[in-house]
Write a protein that binds this ligand. Structure first.
Ligand SMILES: *[C@@H]1O[C@H](CO)[C@@H](O)[C@H](O)[C@H]1NC(C)=O
Ligand SMILES: *[C@@H]1O[C@H](CO)[C@@H](O)[C@H](O)[C@H]1NC(C)=O
Ligand SMILES: *[C@@H]1O[C@H](CO)[C@@H](O)[C@H](O)[C@H]1NC(C)=O
Ligand SMILES: *[C@@H]1O[C@H](CO)[C@@H](O)[C@H](O)[C@H]1NC(C)=O
Ligand SMILES: *[C@@H]1O[C@H](CO)[C@@H](O)[C@H](O)[C@H]1NC(C)=O
Length: 423
């Protein structure tokens, strides 16, 4: 009995460890004026949040001269791509760079998971060159190893390593591909392609599309429910609501500002939506379990199921369920048939913010991470082959990594307990 309780306790501690932030790259670089420009771009592009939400990572940093040369010529969305290719999803310090087996390897970068890197363009070739030099280049065949390792900056072994390199790593087409300006993006076409036709017809017929479009330039994040979400049991009949209520619901599905997945993962406080009309009104709480991100309204919750576009300043996600604001659905009598299948929808004090419990790492509403694929533990989960298939659904390879980590931690702790209680 005691052993079981201890096992459960240790598992929950492990879960907390996994979801808590291990490092703060902004803080790590803040003492190095040589990298102040790079550091500022990590914040502007929100890559800092992505880095902080990951466990095993290497940042190849550029000094101010190299960073300003890159920044001078390109818009922020392209700068983000270039910086993403400098963030390796593995741990490399000075020693490991010089101990690469056979002297050359390919490693996954953040560009592979968050950009729309075709083929293996999100991978980087690291080669231990003669004379102690280490060169980096795109994994695309025929690429030169034009970026060299210059020095080690800082490490928290084996969580995060910061190394300085001479120049950005450029994948073919990365800088030259025209970056569509956010206001040119056809939001409805993208959403229809992503399986959100019902949502599109609603935002068009209510005119909310225009609200979104006018917000795009300053940054916009949308959570588009899939067509299935509108057919789920318990979804209120929107035709029975007033036009103003439907508009509020649709505005509730978007945030002012660019908020990519890494930023959502590191968000601890409730976030305002376009429907927010007062402090604490129409906001959303975010919970993260491994790589799964869930939005909670106080009435229901919805998992983020995919990324339609992530290009500063616009980010569009698909979500599994319609987000029902507690301002409209939290109190009985609801203005429409209340969502019956939702136990949470009971007459709870809708508006009051849920305090500490919102931070609980793994409430049962969260779906478990994807089942692990057949990759031997200990090897880099993101082999070029596995991850090069697609990058629009950026979670697959990462899910695998998180799951592998969780599994090994669980295995270790279980083994430890068995040992502890048998001796
Ligand atoms: C590395 O990350 C793990 C997991 O987040 C954390 O528990 C540990 O304290 C970190 N190590 C250091 C030295 O910060
Ligand atoms: C990281 O550090 C920076 C600078 O010290 C600070 O402004 C920021 O709030 C920190 N981020 C988090 C998530 O703690
Ligand atoms: C890395 O690039 C070098 C030079 O182009 C090439 O010889 C090497 O095979 C590449 N490494 C891998 C693992 O593809
Ligand atoms: C955007 O795409 C829709 C199809 O979803 C099309 O009807 C519309 O004309 C397009 N708008 C522009 C401005 O191209
Ligand atoms: C990758 O994306 C393409 C086009 O978006 C799609 O047709 C294909 O099914 C996707 N492949 C995988 C493995 O998800």
């Amino acid at each position: 009995m005691g052993a079981l309780r201890l096992l459960l306790l240790s598992l929950s501690i492990l879960t907390i460890t996994i979801t808590s932030m291990a490092h703060n790259i902004t803080e790590m670089l803040s003492g190095s004026p040589d990298y102040s420009l790079y550091n500022s771009y990590l914040s502007q592009t929100k890559l800092a949040d992505e880095i902080n939400s990951r466990e095993t990572i290497t940042c190849l940093v550029l000094n101010n001269a190299a960073m300003s040369a890159l920044a001078a010529k390109h818009p922020l969305s392209v700068i983000k791509k270039a910086l993403s290719l400098l963030i390796l999803l593995d741990y490399y310090d000075n020693q490991k760079l010089h101990e690469i087996s056979k002297g050359t390897t390919l490693t996954t970068t953040l560009y592979q998971t968050t950009g729309n890197a075709p083929g293996n363009l999100g991978f980087v070739n690291i080669t231990d060159l003669k004379g102690g030099k280490v060169g980096f280049g795109s994994a695309a065949p025929g690429s030169k190893l034009d970026t060299s390792y210059t020095k080690s900056v800082k490490q928290i072994p084996y969580n995060i390593s910061v190394l300085e390199v001479s120049a950005p790593i450029i994948a073919p087409g990365m800088l030259t591909a025209p970056a569509p300006s956010a206001s040119d993006v056809n939001i409805t076409a993208l959403l229809e392609k992503a399986g959100c036709k019902t949502f599109v017809s609603l935002i068009v017929s209510t005119g909310v599309l225009k609200i979104y479009q006018s917000a795009v330039e300053k940054g916009l994040t949308m959570f588009a429910p899939s067509d299935m979400a509108f057919k789920a049991p318990g979804v209120p009949d929107l035709s029975k609501l007033t036009n103003a209520e439907v508009v509020s619901i649709l505005q509730y599905h978007a945030l002012a500002g660019y908020t990519p997945i890494g930023t959502l993962k590191t968000t601890k406080v409730p976030i305002s939506t376009l429907a927010t009309n007062g402090a604490g009104k129409y906001d959303l709480k975010v919970t993260t379990a491994g790589d799964s991100v869930t939005l909670n309204t106080g009435v229901d919750s919805s998992r983020i199921s995919g990324t339609v576009i992530d290009s500063t300043p616009l980010c569009i996600f698909t979500v599994d369920s319609l987000l029902l604001p507690s301002e409209l659905f939290g109190k009985s009598p609801a203005p429409a048939p209340a969502p019956v299948s939702e136990p949470v929808a009971a007459p709870t004090p809708a508006v009051s913010p849920a305090p500490e419990s919102a931070k609980a790492p793994a409430p049962s509403v969260l779906s478990p991470p994807a089942p692990p694929m057949s990759s031997p533990e200990g090897t880099p989960a993101d082999s070029p082959k596995a991850a090069s298939e697609n990058s629009t659904s950026d979670s697959a390879t990462v899910d695998l990594k998180a799951t592998t980590l969780l599994k090994s931690l669980v295995t270790i702790s279980a083994a430890f307990l068995v040992w502890a209680f048998s001796s």
